[in-house]
Design a protein around this ligand. Structure first.
Ligand code: ZN
Length: 432
């Protein structure tokens, strides 16, 4: 069992280790969200009261005392050896310097918010170790609820085997790249003046289809052109505020495979991914109209959503791309695990978008749906897909080609994006 006496002894080398920490893996946890900052409006979040280490170089235990039990997900990473614990957003009220000193297999650890609603603890290991045990205990015998992580020393082979058994994709928080840039800039500041890093949230706008893939077509209008025009107008509108860095998956009539669109969102550490499409209904299926907002799910919310996801997922086949990267069922399950928290944000944004759009834009009679869109499968990027309307419907098509309609719709989407990030910033601001 760990003791507070051990803990205070270990704090002795905190200053030495703090310098090393600055240079350690900041891609997993940003300096901006590190130990010194925590959410302002944190009263409703679980509170971490104390953290301690026990054990030796063969077996090391980490204990986090909380005011309520939480869910968590722990996994190991190699090169350098780390263990990552993802938890819901937690208000860390730990003593200053907690985590800068290690013990046993743990060199040091850091913690903080990695996205709205999501906190993370990253342990730097002294060598290969496996997660022998990890669990959350409810309050009992005068002890508060605790998150416990037990690490066991293994050799490199054992580590790789344990990792393969997990075969979990590496996760990257939404702010990773920006934070890494911030730390690099801090390190460089002594020798030469560096441009301030662009820490604005990245919004990726993804106009569907392009190039060889026209998308749906009606009355001489192609989905790929309509959504590109719309996407560029949306970019111009939200760039004007200066609050976001906007990245387009395409700015011209180019074919982009679905996996590349997802990759762009992940590589840019996007905080939001918005895919823009326009639907069409086969004539025999009657008429439908209005905009629909889709989020990702394993099972389509209805038959129409399923048909649409199937159609949109065919983009690669239409573009002639060999689907060698098609995820297996196992990979799908792992991605689903990682996606649980991301989905919360996707749904939040979808609801905000609906709230803004319904007052200015004609919506589908069931405007919020979900289905298995491949383009929404970045496990750590909140993502929605918007079907602006039906090119097969006369009224919708008139809207889709109207400058006035586009401007109003872009305006309501920009408002929803502002609302989404206003909430995010409110919960991510510094405190004490
Ligand atoms: Zn489409």
């Amino acid at each position: 069992m760990a003791s507070r006496a051990n803990h205070s002894v270990l704090l002795g080398c905190a200053l030495v280790c703090a310098a090393a920490l600055l240079c350690s893996d900041a891609t997993l946890l940003g300096a901006a969200e590190g130990q010194s900052s925590e959410p302002v409006a944190a009263s409703t979040f679980p509170i971490a009261i104390d953290a301690r280490l026990a054990g030796d170089a063969r077996q090391t235990r980490f204990v986090l005392d909380l005011d309520k039990a939480i869910q968590f997900r722990a996994f190991a990473l190699a090169d350098p050896y780390r263990v990552v614990v993802d938890i819901p957003q937690v208000s860390f009220r730990l003593a200053a310097g907690t985590g800068t000193a290690g013990r046993g297999l743990i060199k040091a650890f850091r913690y903080g918010l990695v996205m709205p609603g999501g906190s993370r603890i990253v342990f730097d290991l002294t060598g290969p170790a496996k997660i022998a045990n990890s669990y959350v205990l409810e309050a009992a015998n005068g002890q508060p609820p605790r998150l416990v992580l037990e690490l066991e020393q293994v050799d490199r082979t054992g580590f790789v085997q344990a990792l393969a058994a997990e075969s979990r994709p590496e996760l990257r928080p939404a702010i990773a790249d920006g934070a890494a840039t911030a730390v690099a800039a801090e390190a460089a500041v002594a020798s030469k003046p560096a441009a301030p890093p662009d820490l604005r949230p990245v919004v990726v706008i993804d106009p569907g289809h392009g190039g060889i893939d026209n998308g749906t077509q009606s009355s001489g209008e192609s989905e790929k052109n309509l959504v590109l025009g719309f996407g560029l107008a949306l970019r111009d509108r939200i760039e004007k505020s200066g609050k976001y860095r906007v990245v387009m998956t395409r700015t011209d009539d180019t074919f982009i495979p679905l996996a590349d669109r997802v990759r762009i969102a992940r590589n840019q550490s996007a905080a939001l991914f918005v895919s823009i499409h326009a639907d069409a209904l086969p004539r025999r299926e009657g008429d439908a109209q209005g905009a629909t907002i889709y989020t990702l799910s394993d099972r389509a919310s209805d038959a129409e959503a399923e048909r649409l996801a199937e159609a949109e997922n065919k983009a690669d086949a239409i573009g002639g791309v060999n689907l060698t990267e098609e995820p297996t069922d196992v990979a799908d399950i792992l991605i689903d695990l990682a996606q649980r928290e991301t989905r919360t944000f996707s749904h939040r944004f979808a609801r905000l978008l609906m709230g803004e759009m319904k007052s200015t834009v004609r919506m589908h009679k069931h405007p919020l749906k979900s289905a298995g869109f491949k383009v929404l499968k970045a496990p750590d990027v909140p993502s929605v897909l918007i079907e602006l309307g039906y090119v097969s419907n006369k009224g919708d098509l008139e809207h889709l080609v109207s400058e006035n309609w586009r401007s109003r719709t872009v305006g309501s989407m920009a408002q929803a994006i502002d609302a989404f990030f206003a909430k995010r910033l409110a919960t991510a601001g510094p405190a004490n």
